[in-house]
Structures are given as structure tokens and as C-alpha cells.
Ligand binder design. Structure first.
Ligand SMILES: N[C@@H](CCC(=O)N[C@@H](CS)C(=O)NCC(=O)O)C(=O)O
Length: 220
């Protein structure tokens, strides 16, 4: 059994999608970040960076003590290794998936998060910050669109953990006030991934846990 310490955000959805895709047994432990539950000592013992998602695998690969992990990219890679699914075992395929996974965590997710903050949450209107992050997020969507122009999925021909990671952030285009029709290859891929039963289940779970969770237009 795996405990998923989760809230209904793009980084949280990555791991619920992955667990659903892999059909692993898991239990959601909600960590409501709007109520600062990520700072509770019990959560910090698992995730010292005070951010969701985190997991505790009570039956880890090495049959040792329960394994606690934070950082979505590390969790997705661990689950790929645990199940041998959605992560190639050959070095070339693995490196390609890792490349896009790191691109998502360090680029798309970080920049989209900042853009959303300055567009919609900041107590002050800071036009320079909005312009800076909007330009960078548009550049990143253009990179995604070019990659998907000649690949069925992010890392090539197969759906992998990189698609799960990129999907949950790329799907927030309406929240980021982007015109997704400007990225037609990304839109085709977004529609294909959003229709996967495991992805539908993961967003359905989010709605049940937090009916106020912002839902991407793809799920309306
Ligand atoms: N790089 C981290 C980012 C995690 C992250 O930013 N989580 C947000 C929710 S989407 C969070 O927990 N924020 C709470 C806080 O900053 O206190 C990952 O990929 O897991």
C-alpha cells in the first residue's frame, strides 16, 4: 500500500494519475495547502520541503523499511521503476523521459506557477513580472508544441511518466489565460491524454476531495 500525501493541484494530480495508470493500491492523505497543512510536523517528517506531493511506500522495491519520497519527478521515476511501466528500461529511452521530466519540473511547472501567482494571486499588480513570466510560459508552450508536432507523446512513440507530469501543468492553459489554439499539436495531445480513463479517474477524485478545486477546461 502507498500513502499519497496530496492536494488538488497540478503537482498533486501527476501522482494520482500515475498511481491510477499503474493500478497500484494507494490511500490519499489530503494535505490542504490552503490551510497550511503542509507545515504540520507529521507531514514535514515525510516531505521536509513542505510541498505536496509526497508518498510513503509501505512495501518498497527493496523490501526494506517504508520509503518516504517527495518531489514529483523523483516519485514518478520511483513508481516507473517499481512497476516497470511508463518508463523505458533502456538508457536512451530512460534519459529521454528524464529530460522531459526535468524540463517540466524546472521549467513548465515553475514558470506557470509564477505566472499564475502574478496574474491572479499577488496582492499587488506587477506588470513587469506578468510580462516576464508570460513570455517564458509562451516560449515553453511553443517548445511543447514543436515536440508534439512530430512525436505522438512527449518522449517519443509511447505514453510515459513524462506525459503525466507535463499534462497536469499544460492543461492549465485557461487558468494561465493562454490561447491554446495557437499550439495545435499540444492541444491534440492534451485532448488525447485527458481522455485516458486513468486521467479521468484522477481528476474525478480531485473533485470529490475538493469540490472547489479549479478544473481545467478539458474536464468541464
Ligand atoms: N518541485 C515540486 C513542486 C511541488 C509544489 O510546488 N507543490 C505545491 C502545490 S502545486 C505546494 O505544495 N505548495 C505549498 C507551499 O508552497 O507551501 C514537485 O514537483 O513536487
Amino acid at each position: 500500500m502507498i500513502d499519497l500525501h496530496y492536494w488538488t493541484t497540478p503537482n498533486g494530480h501527476k501522482i494520482s494519475i500515475c498511481l491510477e495508470e499503474m493500478r497500484l493500491a494507494y490511500k490519499i492523505v489530503p494535505v490542504d495547502i490552503s490551510k497550511d497543512e503542509q507545515f504540520a510536523p507529521a507531514f514535514l517528517a515525510i516531505a521536509p520541503n513542505n510541498k505536496i506531493p509526497a508518498i510513503v511506500d509501505h512495501a518498497p522495491l527493496d523490501h526494506g523499511a517504508p520509503l518516504a519520497l517527495f518531489e514529483s519527478g523523483a516519485i514518478l521515476t520511483y513508481l516507473g521503476d517499481k512497476t516497470n511501466k511508463f518508463l523505458p528500461s533502456n538508457p536512451r529511452g530512460r534519459a529521454t523521459v528524464a529530460q522531459w521530466l526535468f524540463w517540466q519540473v524546472g521549467g513548465l511547472g515553475a514558470m506557470a506557477g509564477q505566472l499564475h501567482f502574478f496574474q491572479s494571486l499577488a496582492p499587488q499588480h506587477v506588470p513587469f513580472a506578468i510580462a516576464r513570466f508570460e513570455k517564458e510560459v509562451k516560449r515553453i508552450y511553443a517548445v511543447l508544441d514543436r515536440q508534439l508536432a512530430n512525436h505522438a507523446f512527449i518522449a517519443g512513440t509511447d505514453y510515459t511518466i513524462a506525459d503525466m507530469a507535463v499534462f497536469t501543468w499544460a492543461a492549465t492553459y485557461d487558468m494561465l489565460k493562454l490561447r491554446i489554439e495557437q499550439y495545435p499539436h499540444a492541444l491534440r495531445w492534451l485532448e488525447k491524454v485527458s481522455a485516458r480513463p486513468a486521467v479521468q479517474r484522477a481528476y474525478g477524485i480531485a473533485k470529490k476531495i475538493n469540490p472547489d478545486a479549479p478544473m481545467p477546461a478539458l474536464f468541464m
